[in-house]
Design a protein around this ligand. Structure first.
Ligand code: URA
Length: 250
């Protein structure tokens, strides 16, 4: 996918002022791309590949998009709207005062709680859900019955969820009672209803499911039903993971 953008837009997206002001920076000769001076306004930048500096300082691209995290409650749909009028994650964002053409990044079932991102940044959403970027998703599942050691191993090694064998994943049994088992799982793929189908493949039913973290971010401050913008650090972390920005040199 070609994600190249004009140099002035890149600089404006990095927070260096209006596009007009950024044009002046380019024409003034202080901008370098991959260590080559660029004073041509038609130059295009690939945020994934190119290193842009001004006076020797790395210019980090932020494209001023909205990126929110919601701790989704049960009963809310992770879609933009519902023909049956049920509440969606986008309704929750609007109620909290956020606007724009937002949509959820991936899906959680109506009865699943936990971390879900909402954005208007198509490229970021695409990369966060594309298996190539291997974004980790950690779930806490309460399943009916007792999970035996060999079943735990099966889940970790991969099970057939109906024509698809799941990849290796991290599985940890957290609590076992005679009625249910609490299990933590980290997967790096995202087939529809994957966790429930994985447990179903070993003969157990999921009673409760919560997504605890995404991309290694836990958002522990968020109570169920709460929503907020991602902090700069969190957003950069995800943009680095999805190779939308370069890793800062130490
Ligand atoms: N796996 C499921 O089964 N359901 C979800 O909501 C998310 C992952």
């Amino acid at each position: 996918m070609n994600t190249k953008i004009r140099i002035n837009r890149y600089l404006a997206g990095a927070g260096l002022g209006s596009r007009r002001k950024c044009e002046k920076l380019v024409l003034g000769g202080s901008v370098r791309v991959n260590d080559i001076q660029v004073n041509n306004l038609s130059a295009r930048i690939d945020p994934e590949e190119d290193v842009v500096t001004i006076d020797g300082k790395w210019v980090e691209y932020r494209n001023c998009k909205t990126l929110l995290v919601l701790n989704k409650p049960e009963g809310v749909l992770s879609s933009t709207r519902d023909v049956r009028g049920r509440k969606t994650v986008i309704d929750m964002a609007k109620e909290a005062g956020f606007s724009g053409r937002l949509y959820p990044v991936g899906r959680l079932d109506i009865d699943t709680t936990g971390v879900i991102l909402l954005t208007d940044d198509g490229e970021l959403a695409y990369r966060l859900t594309h298996p190539k970027y291997e974004i980790a998703k950690t779930y806490q599942a309460r399943v009916k019955g007792m999970i035996a050691k060999n079943e735990e191993k099966k889940l970790a090694e991969g099970v057939d969820i109906g024509g698809y064998i799941t990849s290796h994943c991290y599985v940890k049994v957290v609590k076992v009672t005679s009625k249910y088992t609490d299990v933590e799982l980290t997967i790096r793929e995202g087939k529809k209803r994957q966790i429930k189908r994985m447990f179903s493949a070993i003969g157990h039913r999921v009673i409760k499911l919560n997504r605890k973290s995404l991309g290694g971010l836990e958002f522990r401050d968020l109570k169920i039903g709460e929503i907020r913008s991602l902090r700069k650090k969190e957003e950069n972390f995800l943009r680095e993971k999805t190779k939308l920005i370069l890793r800062r040199s130490k």
